[in-house]
Design a binder for this molecule. Structure first.
Ligand SMILES: Cc1ncc(COP(=O)(O)O)c(C=O)c1O
Length: 418
């Protein structure tokens, strides 16, 4: 063994905190980097805050978000640091404090406690965890509606077969959602909850019709009927709408932070109420189980982790937290109203999402008459750089704008649909 290698090992064996901390200082430096006081455009982020191709008009945040430049920079710096000495990835004790700070920021963002937050990969992981880990008996039923995403449905369909519980799916009719009311949605839940209903999964805003479900009222109804566990899938809302777990009185949140939180792909956020933590078995287990038995951290017991992404999530939360929620809400609503007006004026298009903003959001669908919408999407991308999500099955396109999109972009899109 040569001298430098021997010295290195000796240093580690001696647990030389001073030298390790000096190696970690750059990590703390990136972690504490302050974001600029202002976005390029003033109160709200603009396209200049992102690195989108100038020829692309991106209207598909419902599929996948884009990371602000300043967050990308932090991500790159963490990655470079870790790759400058891969030992950083393994020095889990030293990383613990920064990760806990990310956890605290995330908890504050959702009005949760720090021990109620875990960092999974995405929404699908959380519904696999529930489908496998809840103590459900053969008479118990898991309930959700037809608008529930595959990632929050298939885990129950598959795992229930082996575990022996039942899954019930009820229909929210989609033929004409424009006039749907809160009361009608509540009545459907009321009709379908029964004394065997143990878990309800509610898509906060679904990905195909963009119905914003009245979660607070559904939860109150379900609790009054004795439902034990309630989860909301916020893949399409966390980062779009404010979420307060205490106010909503839910047990579990699954989300995909790569969409509206604009975090790196492969890192996400989950919330578990203290009550459900005690009853839910982790999906995978390793050395952290004893240390973290009283915390949602037990649900992220992965062994070696993607630390640059976990830490970068903190910067994504910082970025989102700088945006005034009222200004954000007002702007997204303005885009929504404008798109609705354009749809109503265009003889080729029909609005297919709820017409009431309180039951809709910055993800809405428009039917394009007599059109294979996947072909339309391809052609508008190739010729004009528009990105949105087509659904051939419904002849619809899904438009999901974020704060850097503009009414002019919507004007141009609708002028091309003829
Ligand atoms: C409402 C909803 N739930 C769940 C998912 C699944 O997300 P992921 O693939 O990130 O797990 C999506 C993805 O689009 C979604 O829109």
């Amino acid at each position: 063994m040569n001298t430098s290698r021997r010295d290195f090992i000796k240093t580690l064996a001696a647990g030389s905190t001073a030298s390790v901390l000096s190696m970690l200082n750059p990590i703390e430096t990136v972690f504490h980097k302050k974001l600029d006081g202002k976005f390029n455009g003033g109160m709200l982020p603009t396209k200049a805050d992102y690195s989108l191709d100038k020829n692309v008009t991106y209207l598909n945040h419902g599929s996948i978000g884009t990371i602000p430049k300043i967050v990308q920079q932090a991500h790159r710096e963490y990655l470079s640091l870790c790759e400058s000495n891969p030992w950083f990835y393994m020095w889990s004790g030293e990383w613990d404090e920064p990760i806990q700070k990310v956890r605290q920021k995330t908890a504050d963002f959702l009005n949760a406690d720090i021990d109620e937050i875990s960092f999974p990969h995405n929404t699908t992981e959380i519904y696999n965890l529930l489908a496998l880990g809840l103590p459900l008996q053969s008479s118990d039923e898991v309930l959700f509606c037809n608008l529930n995403h595959a990632g929050a449905s298939i885990p129950f369909h598959i795992h229930s077969k082996k575990k022996g519980y039942n899954v019930k799916v009820f229909d929210i009719p989609t033929a004409d959602l424009t006039s749907v009311t809160k009361q009608e949605i509540l009545e459907l839940y009321d009709q379908n909850i029964n004394r065997n209903t143990k878990l309800i999964v509610i898509p906060h805003i679904d990905n195909t019709f963009g119905v914003r479900q009245p979660v607070k009222e559904i939860v109150a109804l379900a609790r009054s009927k004795g439902v034990e566990y309630i989860s909301i899938d916020t893949a399409q809302t966390m980062g779009m709408l404010p979420i307060d777990v205490k106010d909503l009185d839910i047990d579990v949140i699954g989300t995909s932070a790569h969409k509206w939180i604009q975090a790196p792909k492969g890192i996400s956020i989950a919330y578990f109420s203290k009550r459900i933590q005690a009853e839910l078995d982790p999906m995978w287990v390793t050395w952290g189980q004893e240390d973290w038995k009283d915390s949602a951290r037990k649900f992220e017991d992965y062994g070696t982790r993607n630390l640059p992404e976990v830490l970068t999530l903190g910067h994504s939360i910082d970025f989102q937290s700088r945006i005034d929620p009222n200004t954000k809400h007002q702007y997204l609503r303005e885009l929504w109203s404008h798109a609705k007006k354009l749809t109503e004026e265009n003889p080729k298009t029909i609005w297919r999402s709820p017409s009431d903003w309180q039951l809709s959001g910055s993800l809405f669908v428009v039917e394009i008459k007599d059109t294979k919408t996947s072909e339309l999407a391809k052609s508008l991308f190739k010729k004009h750089g528009f990105v949105f999500r087509p659904f051939d099955a419904h002849s619809t396109i899904r438009i999901s704008p974020n704060l850097f999109n503009t009414v002019e972009e919507l004007d141009e899109l609708f002028s091309l649909i003829v």
